[in-house]
Design a protein around this ligand. Structure first.
Ligand code: FAD
Length: 471
């Protein structure tokens, strides 16, 4: 079956075939495969060119819910929006939400996503109790911190490579209302953010900052620190409002570059009053403002959108963020949406989870060819030199070394990889790294052949540099 599978940055899986999860039979696959959620990852971690994309979007039923404990079991293709719609009227809410509601449960676990309350609740994986995983070599396995614990940890942040998550049980959090009391503090300089951030985290469930990345001089790094808490009483509505409009097509040139962007930032900055202001907002406006415009990623133009997200250790945060913003300016590429957040100390349960204590900065650029690629490489260099890490599901360009330095335990994940599964991202990073490390190649070959003889040839082929299929 032929279908287009895309990532949110605009890239598509080339020559991929669709395999509906309903009909998945690993023994009949003739190519490597990859589970697909809803393609809300920006980079190539959700794509496999020349392979089989396992599409589980129709497997989206809620299987069980305990109204006393908040434990919810659902098929992995369910979107977070459907979980909210079901649970919010009952007084429960996902403990971790990303910036879009169109993320599936399987995708949220596989990337161990984070939200605006990382400082209080950690990452999504902190709230996963159990999952059912299907592997080509071991069949269906129930994984939890108590059984198959290693595989459980590898699957949370396993980038879809450890098996297909069929269903999962997560622990929701009790909330008095879905409405959010939003507290916005306008700050005039980057330094002010760093003075406010830790204290704001102590007082509020949610906190995130928008930065005007184009402001210069004394206003460098100015922005809004937006905190929030569930209202103590009020609506428990669980349905998000429909999009206000949808971008119908991709413009030949992105409108998000040039003087228009500076003017937009200026207006947006002034939209918040000086000092602090408060208001009550519906949950979708607070968590998912971008969802109000359908297919907004098209505005980034025909070459798509490159997002760069990194996390820097707390002590390197202020200088590091300054250096990253400076680099974007030096390369004359304004980031349309720049978001800064402080991660807390709660450890993620995943083997290769992105969140760790410190500051995380996210920058969005229209892809403008070589100059954007050079900028991304420079942002990677600053991140690694500061002792930080890049976010692999936001990034489709990072060099193998950058990934390896960001995730020192990547070899352990490779050992847990289902030999039938692969992604463009894994080819680009780990397969490339292994190809340069003969000792690891023979170890990986042994692992692959002992696990699934049917896949020996194909899995081995991907380990040979010259045979890596063109992406
Ligand atoms: C507007 C916007 C805002 C965002 N904000 C945030 C944010 O605040 N925080 C954050 O962390 N992320 C954020 N993201 C990124 C997004 O949350 C993640 O990329 C998420 O994992 C995407 O989920 P998906 O269901 O679309 O899965 P996909 O993007 O399709 O896949 C993601 C990964 O999950 C794997 N996978 C999917 N289903 C399964 C399954 N059943 N079994 C095993 N593996 C599976 C895939 O192989 C892939 O590796 C944002 C994205 C957008 C577009």
């Amino acid at each position: 079956m032929s279908e287009t599978f895309t990532a949110w940055g605009g890239e598509a899986a080339k020559n991929a075939v669709a395999v509906p999860l309903e009909t998945l039979d690993f023994s009949r696959l003739t190519t490597p495969a990859l589970p697909y959620g809803d393609g809300r990852s920006y980079g190539d971690s959700c794509l496999l060119s020349g392979g089989a994309m396992i599409d589980g979007r129709h497997r989206n039923r809620i299987l069980a819910f305990d109204g006393e404990t908040g434990l919810l079991t659902a098929e992995a293709g369910i979107r977070l929006s459907d979980i909210i719609a079901f649970a919010a009227p009952l007084g429960w809410f996902p403990a971790v939400l990303p910036g879009t509601r169109f993320v599936t449960l399987g995708g949220a676990i596989a990337n161990d996503i984070h939200g605006k309350n990382h400082h209080r609740r950690g990452s999504f994986g902190c709230h996963v109790e159990r999952l059912v995983l299907e592997r080509s070599d071991r069949g269906r396995l129930v994984c939890s911190p108590r059984g198959n614990a290693d595989l459980f940890a590898a699957t949370i942040s396993g980038f879809g490579l450890t098996g297909v998550i069929r269903e999962a049980t997560i622990r929701l959090m009790r909330v008095p209302s879905t409405q959010i009391r939003e507290v916005t503090t306008r700050f005039d300089r980057l330094e002010d953010y760093f003075e406010l951030a830790a204290e704001t985290d102590k007082r509020h469930e949610y906190a995130v900052a928008w930065i005007d990345s184009l402001a210069t001089g004394k206003s460098f790094g100015r922005g809004h620190l937006i905190a929030g808490d569930h209202e103590k009483s009020g609506e428990r509505a669980g349905s998000a409002r429909p999009a206000l409009a949808t971008v119908p097509l991709t413009p030949p040139v992105s409108p998000l570059i040039g003087p228009g962007l500076k003017a937009f930032n200026e207006l947006y900055y002034r939209k918040a009053r000086p000092g602090t202001s408060e208001r009550t907002v519906p949950f979708d406006g607070f968590f998912f403002p971008l969802d109000r415009i359908g297919r907004w990623n098209r505005l980034y133009g025909p070459r798509g959108l490159c997002q760069h997200q990194c996390v820097l250790p707390e002590e390197a945060g202020a200088d590091g963020v300054r250096a990253l913003l400076d680099a974007a300016r030096t390369y004359k590429q304004g980031s349309f949406l720049t978001v800064l957040k402080r991660f807390g100390a709660l450890a993620s349960p995943g083997l290769t989870s992105f969140p760790r204590p410190g500051y995380t900065l996210t920058l969005d650029f229209p892809h403008r060819g070589e100059k954007t690629l050079k900028l991304l490489a420079e942002l990677d260099r600053i991140t690694i030199e500061a002792g930080g890490a890049i976010n692999p599901y936001k990034h489709a360009r990072a060099a193998p070394q950058t990934f390896a330095m960001s995730f020192p335990r990547w070899r352990e994940l490779e050992a847990f990889r289902d030999p039938a599964l692969l992604s463009n991202f894994w080819r680009r990073t780990v397969v490339m790294a292994l190809a340069e490390d003969p000792a690891m190649v023979s170890k990986a070959k042994k692992y692959n052949s002992s696990q699934n003889p049917a896949f020996t040839l194909k899995a081995d082929a991907t380990l040979v540099n010259s045979e890596i299929p063109a992406l």
